[in-house]
Ligand binder design. Structure first.
Ligand SMILES: [Zn+2]
Length: 320
């Protein structure tokens, strides 16, 4: 008769405790903020961030984020931090915007946006395209004031901070320290850092046959290049370690449908704003979740500044 609970685990010889191995799958959801092209002046740093979670608690986390969005009048809407955090000047031109209901807020903003498109048509086609893109990306949030949107982002950062089994990983590259001709190289280096740290975390903190997979936003990465890079790391190891705990090449998903990639988007945004403009509102809420050694040294977040000596609190905590 088949009695799995009486079979000893191959690794540890335990009986019932070996069932734990069935719960030892982890995923790290990865997204980036900014880009490594130093000719792009919209950001001073390029960030790749990952949110690691045991898959056994994925469903509860997915629900917590969706419930928060629904409660905050964003039912079924993507959490896209950079667009939500923007100030919408149209809202500021509408008298007593805050007193309107959601439907009237939307109508009023759309009227203002039409006026702005008309003004842009006098300037150039490029100005129109830029405005239209902006409006498309933000259309789901125009019924919320800036304060309401910031409150939602803070609430979600607090939810992430409350998850005891989550660890964060990120690489922040100061663009002034990068070679301008090799943006793809730095994308690869950043992913290598996050992947290696995640692998080490699985080896050290989750020793019981824990294995991990990467889930990556498909919109912001050269999936073919990163897949090829991953195959090489599986064969030869990264510059820092053998990938003993990582399975497969990254799974590329549509971030608009994947809540935890949207959470990674919030983390990467918070990290970039901290390094770019010393904005701590979101960063301070999640900083404690970055992986550390038992002696307290920060290893889950690296600030790369090349040969430039940096004394920011991340570099101090990292013992750079
Ligand atoms: Zn630093």
């Amino acid at each position: 008769m088949y009695a799995p609970e009486r079979d000893a685990c191959d690794s540890c010889g335990a009986f019932k405790s070996c069932l734990r191995r069935f719960f030892s799958m982890y995923a790290i959801y990865v997204d980036e903020s900014g880009n490594p092209d130093i000719k792009d002046y919209t950001s001073k740093h390029y960030i790749v961030a990952g949110v690691s979670t045991p898959l056994k608690s994925w469903k509860a986390k997915d629900k917590a984020i969706r419930d928060s969005l629904t409660k905050n009048r964003l039912d079924g809407i993507e959490l896209h931090t950079a667009w939500m955090a923007r100030i919408f000047p149209e809202q500021q031109r509408i008298p007593n915007f805050i007193a309107l209901n959601d439907e009237d807020r939307r109508k009023s903003v759309l009227i203002e946006r039409k006026k702005d498109i008309a003004k842009a048509s006098i300037i150039s086609d490029r100005a129109i395209r830029s405005l239209r893109n902006n409006y498309k990306k933000t259309k789901d949030y125009i019924h919320l004031t800036h304060a309401e949107r910031v409150n939602i982002l803070q609430e979600i950062a607090d939810i992430v901070a409350s998850w005891g089994d989550v660890k964060l990983f990120a690489e922040a590259q100061q663009k002034a320290s990068l070679d301008p001709d090799k943006p793809d190289k730095y994308r690869s280096i950043a992913l290598e850092q996050v992947t290696t740290r995640f692998n080490t975390y699985l080896e050290n903190a989750c020793p019981f046959e824990a294995m991990g997979i990467l889930v990556h936003d498909q919109n912001q990465a050269n999936s073919l290049q990163l897949t090829g890079q991953f195959r090489e790391w599986h064969k030869l190891g990264t510059k820092f370690a053998r990938l003993s705990r990582i399975a497969e090449t990254p799974l590329f998903v549509d971030s608009s449908l994947t809540t935890m990639v949207q959470v990674a988007d919030l983390i990467s945004y918070a990290v970039r704003r901290f390094f770019d403009v010393n904005e701590t509102n979101l960063f301070d809420r999640i900083y404690s979740k970055f992986d550390r050694k038992p002696n307290g040294v920060l290893v889950g977040l690296r600030h790369y500044t090349g040969k430039v000596n940096c004394k920011c609190r991340v570099c101090v905590d990292h013992n750079r």
